[in-house]
Design a protein around this ligand. Structure first.
Ligand SMILES: [Zn+2]
Length: 335
């Protein structure tokens, strides 16, 4: 048993309270590699932002749970070495699908877990979430639950059709499950292909897809039912078209990749939305930099030669999200 407090991590309770009151959102960046972790921590330290480092079940299988635990501890120590005396770093399980997986993470240094029972019947979702909450709270670990279904692909999580969260269910669900935050479905989607071309319009000037707007009316109804309760948005990458263009220019093939416009995420950050999940944008930033580097330096084969610009490009993207979209810069309780 390793409690997260021994690793220098924090849970989400205090940072969410401040984010909801302050009208900004905490970045939740997925990671599986050393370079992603370094870029996340450099960006968080330079902007003085709290940060959630999250791993999915697939990432945990890829990187190994034991290594991840020590990477998170390393992240805390690295932030201090970079000059941040009181970093606020969360290690979060993204899309836990069983009680056993959540328990294993709680027992191995995670400070926050998500139990995603959104594909289950309503009562079963409550029962599973409550079981995780009862265990997590014994260890002061916070729990994110989900109501409503997002479309898209995220690791092994695949949903063809989305359906919005029903505002009339949120009070009953959060009260009976005891969850600390709630992921809702208002039109965001997992992956780099968030919308099919037929769901979008096309910008006549650029030929690029323009996605349908998020359902802010649903979000505002939920906020009215649960004033001050922390709300989470999944699948909120913006799929920057300059990165997609770079990938396609240097041998990639990502036609019609499309994400959530940043203006809409900026607006959501000012509401009760206090955690915004970003994964695909980091993958795109990394891939674009590596493809470009390989095209320009066909003689290079030392991983440091191409992973360094990849790390730089991800860091630039993380800082942009923190400062220009989520507004979590300068929001550490103590610097
Ligand atoms: Zn998700």
């Amino acid at each position: 048993m390793t409690n997260y407090k021994e690793l220098g991590l924090v849970n989400t309770r205090e940072m969410f309270k401040r984010a909801v009151a302050g009208g900004y959102a905490i970045p939740a960046f997925n990671f599986n590699t050393l370079e992603q972790m370094q870029a996340i921590i450099q960006a968080a330290v330079e902007t003085k932002s709290p940060v959630i480092m999250q791993v999915s079940k697939g990432a945990r299988n890829y990187a190994n749970g034991t290594i991840l635990r020590y990477m998170a501890q390393g992240a805390v120590e690295y932030a201090k070495e970079l000059g941040c005396e009181h970093p606020e770093i969360v290690l979060h399980l993204d899309h836990g699908d069983t009680f056993e997986l959540c328990k294993d993470c709680i027992d191995n240094g995670f400070s926050s877990v998500m139990i995603d029972g959104s594909s289950l019947p309503y009562e079963d979702n409550i029962a599973l979430t409550k079981k995780v909450v009862d265990y997590a709270h014994q260890h002061d670990v916070t729990v994110e639950a989900e109501l409503g279904v997002l479309a898209g692909v995220e690791d092994e999580v695949v949903a063809e059709e989305s359906h919005y969260t029903k505002p009339e269910e949120v009070i009953d669900f959060s009260t009976r499950s005891g969850c600390d935050s709630l992921a809702i479905s208002i039109g965001t989607s997992h992956g780099a292909y968030k919308f099919k071309p037929e769901q979008c319009t096309r910008d006549p000037k650029t030929g690029k897809l323009v996605p349908p707007p998020l359902a802010f009316d649903v979000l505002h109804e939920i906020e009215k039912k649960l004033p001050g309760f922390p709300i989470v948005l999944h699948g909120s990458s913006s799929v920057p078209q300059d990165e997609v263009d770079t990938i396609n220019k240097f041998g990639g093939n990502l036609p019609d990749a499309v994400g959530i416009p940043e203006e809409q995420l900026r607006e959501a950050s000012k509401s009760a939305v206090c955690k915004i999940n970003i994964d695909s944008d980091s993958r795109l930033a990394m891939t674009a930099a590596i493809r470009k580097h390989f095209a320009e330096h066909p003689d290079h084969f030392d991983p440091r030669q191409y992973l360094k610009p990849a790390r730089e490009n991800m860091k630039k993207m993380y800082i942009h999200k923190i400062v220009d979209v989520l507004g979590s810069d300068g929001k550490l309780a103590q610097c």
